[in-house]
Design a protein around this ligand. Structure first.
Ligand SMILES: [Zn+2]
Length: 106
């Protein structure tokens, strides 16, 4: 964002109106792209956190030592369901997650 603002500031020093407009437009497009990438990054982080909260074996309480046995979409395609197996005690359970914002928890 700071780079975008600096870019706009540099554009104001230009005398030619066409060059100035082009630089401002490119700065705005760059800021939009940066904002979109940031939102995608936060969405992926929220999905990863949601999965990590469910990666604890209910039987031996071991965290994160799992094998993914199967991964499917739910019947209404709104969720993904992973069947996991604990590497320590072979307990099997399901982890649910979604890539949609409405169910994502941060
Ligand atoms: Zn276990």
């Amino acid at each position: 964002m700071v780079a975008g603002l600096a870019f706009i500031d540099g554009a104001m020093a230009l005398e030619n109106l066409l060059d100035r407009s082009l630089k401002i437009l490119l700065s705005f497009a760059g800021l939009c792209l940066t904002g979109w990438a940031w939102v995608q990054f936060i969405r992926i982080l929220s999905v990863a956190e949601s999965i990590s909260r469910q990666a604890v074996c209910a039987q031996c309480h071991r965290y994160g030592r799992i094998d993914v046995v199967d991964e499917r979409s739910s019947e209404d395609l709104s969720m993904k369901v992973m069947t996991c197996k604990c590497k320590k005690c072979a307990h099997i359970w399901k982890i649910n997650y979604t890539l949609q914002w409405r169910d994502a928890r941060i």
